[in-house]
Write a protein that binds this ligand. Structure first.
Ligand code: SF4
Length: 383
């Protein structure tokens, strides 16, 4: 395995971040699942119950808001992210009722855009909702986004995005890339420049949840993809491009001897509140799954315990899989030259790839952390 032998190794190895990281007592945002249902059935989706319409009762949202409203009072901005399933399948009246108990927060939806029309645009405007859409590029590259009849969703997605553009509602885009390879990045970046999004996140497909497809892609292909994307972005940096900007920031900080300052000193617990009130910390992808050894991964239920108590208890006394994950992050810190850039990546990827949380390298971190940094440095070295 040559992941530590690449051109990034020298720069990454200079990071000297030390000190065990625990969980923060206050998350920087929360994720809520208004429904498990999705009207699409994308080939790479990880969600277990996307064909079932299990809806969040208002009492669950109200219990979350009782804590979140206090957190929001003390923060300049506080985000509540509605993420399903497809959150718009909860309907405008349903979402409005769930949002009603919240005060002083910024609402976000991550949507497949297929249901967006003028009425939804009115809703977004009236509720100040920030919109993120999921689309994977031109029609052939978005071909894995299909409905339950196997029909491509691309035209419906583009109609929804056209409605946003017509109404001048800003939107970010999230793009899943299967098999990153040279030639793909420029095509993708040109597409998103045309699409009109203000920000773009690139998620290399992940082996997690009910998606068990292999994501062990060829190292050189993935690295060349990221290098090409860095070049495309630097030629026309009109979109906030999450991964490339973070990698360049890290590389710049490393050269300035300040990389140690970039990683937060504590893990953001990022609570995901499932439709039924169960709270899963750190990785929303674990919500809805159960394991004979780890149970349902929940740290509590807001119907029984205030959210702030659930998060505080996990931060003070991390147990079970959370403690195992923190041990895994420590193993990364002592063994991986990319740790200063990556910070240990995500709990769900460890679980779904290794079956436990204290392993280190995963296909996810190779594709989306190690190869990313290597590719961006390849680009910088060649220019
Ligand atoms: S998750 Fe992977 S890239 Fe990140 S620190 Fe651990 S081994 Fe390194």
């Amino acid at each position: 395995m040559s992941s530590r032998d690449g051109s990034a190794g020298g720069a990454a190895a200079t990071a000297r971040w030390t000190g065990m990281r625990g969980l923060a007592q206050v998350p920087s945002y929360v994720i809520l699942q208004p429904t498990t249902l999705c009207n699409l059935d994308c080939a790479y989706c990880y969600l277990p119950f996307r064909a079932a319409d299990r809806r969040m009762p208002v009492e669950v949202a109200a219990a979350v808001a009782a804590t979140v409203n206090k957190w929001a009072e003390r923060a300049p901005r506080y985000s509540v992210v509605w993420h399903g399933g497809e959150p718009l399948t909860a309907g405008r009246a349903g979402l409005a009722a769930l949002m009603a108990p919240f005060r002083g927060v910024e609402h976000h939806v991550q949507t497949n855009a297929t249901l967006i029309d003028d009425d939804w645009c009115d809703f977004f405007t009236a509720h100040g909702v920030r919109v993120g859409v999921s689309i994977d590029g031109p029609s052939d590259l978005t071909g894995q986004r299909v409905d339950r009849g196997g029909r491509p969703a691309y035209d419906r997605i583009m109609r929804g995005i056209a409605a946003l553009r017509r109404r001048a509602i800003p939107f970010a885009a999230l793009c899943v890339v299967t098999e990153p390879r040279p030639g793909l990045a420029v095509r993708l970046y040109d597409f998103f420049l045309e699409l009109g999004c203000y920000a773009l996140g690139i998620n290399v497909e992940e082996h997690e949840g009910v998606n068990t497809r292999s994501t062990a892609y060829p190292e050189q292909s993935v690295r060349a993809f990221w290098a090409e994307l860095a070049g495309a972005w630097r030629a026309a940096p009109r979109i906030e491009l999450r991964e490339i900007e973070w990698a360049l920031r890290y590389a710049g900080a490393t050269l300035a001897g300040a990389a140690d300052e970039l990683l937060p000193r504590q893990h953001d617990p990022v609570p995901t509140i499932g439709y039924d009130g169960r709270v899963v910390l750190l990785s929303p992808e674990l919500a809805g799954f159960t394991d004979p050894g780890y149970g349902d991964f929940a740290s509590g239920n807001v119907r029984e315990t205030p959210l702030y108590e659930i998060v505080a208890a996990a931060a003070a006394h991390p147990g079970g899989w959370v403690a195992e994950y923190l041990a895994g992050v420590e193993a990364c810190r002592t063994s991986c030259p990319y740790f200063g850039f990556c910070g240990g990546a995500h709990a769900a990827n460890r679980y779904f790839e290794h079956g436990r949380f204290d392993g280190t390298e995963t296909d996810h971190c190779r594709n989306s952390k190690i190869r990313l940094l290597e590719g961006v440095l390849d680009h910088a070295g060649a220019n």
